[in-house]
Design a protein around this ligand. Sequence first.
Ligand code: EPU
Length: 338
Amino acid sequence: MTIQKNISLKNLNTFKIDAYCDYFARVSNNDDFHELTATSEFLRSKKIILGGGSNMLFTKNFDGMVIKNEYAGINIIGEDEDVVFVKAGGGVVWDDLVSFSVRKNLGGIENLALIPGTAGAAPVQNIGAYGQELKDSFFSLEALNLETGNEIFLKKADCKFGYRTSIFKNELKNKTIVTHIILRLKKNPIPDVTYGGLKRELNYTDRSTYTIAEISDAIRKIREQKLPDPAVIGSAGSFFKNPEIKELQYLKLKEIFSDMPGYKTESGLVKIPAGWLIEQTGWKGKEIGNVATYSKQALVIINKGSATGSEVLEFSEKIKRSVIEKYGIALEKEVNIF
Ligand code: EPU
């Protein structure tokens, strides 16, 4: 374990923002962690735990320590008649974990194929796409407390998962490193094809006829069509969350904007696609300097090449203002700002 000084984070965040941090260290096991936490650099610095850097925006240099979670390994640790428990290191590339599960024909995360990021970051925002969320297949996790060095074990209920949120965005924000996650995957999965675009991609007739591999291949195709390839275009996926508003507010808006889409949530609120609000306010495909919204999905803000984080943030604030002015709805960022 070594501590590097003054490191560029450009290749460590999917927005490709060229910000620097004072200190940088990689941690791949508990010995590394305890060695690091005893150093004066660690003790006197602010810290960020970095996974794939796929949900962060650096608006300035980070005057603290960036710790890259590199806990590795994917292993089957138990099973019963219906389910298999799979344990993955926090630094495992999320999509490698999806591919592992698909190869073993284990169901539960196949619709989450190609989501950028790592296994350890997945519970932080309860990643979700195309009808599945991490929480549906999540069993437990192991983490280390950055202040005390103590091990923490959290079961699913302890994680307080919600739409793009968890305990790690609230009480435990920036307080832990997730060393391992344990998923509970199904041996005889029933494919989830509730997302309309997925049915179209599959030429859907009867869900019993699709394998896990076919579903995840279809998801890969949909994502490739709709979302920018993180290897080519800098972005952090959806920049905002889809806002959830009271039904009464929705009905009032619907009187004026009759084509406004909305989906009832379990809690009785109505979820509005932020991409629609952004498109309707004229921002789809719009560019200002080095920043733009993606032409095929307005919810994704992209770095055209050499944008700074503060340019991206300013651009996003303009979008937010337009949406408030027209609809009275305050968009909330999904991306973490540093
Ligand atoms: N829409 C538009 N214009 C746009 C984009 C979207 O009108 O430019 C409207 C359409 O009505 C469309 C609806 O928004 O039917 C939903 O769009 P889409 O299916 O692309 O999904 P989304 O709600 O924009 C969410 C997640 C994505 C996830 C997709 C698929 C959030 C914040 N985003 O996007 O997750 O891949 O659903 O399930 O919940 C991410 O979190 O980074 C992410 C990419």
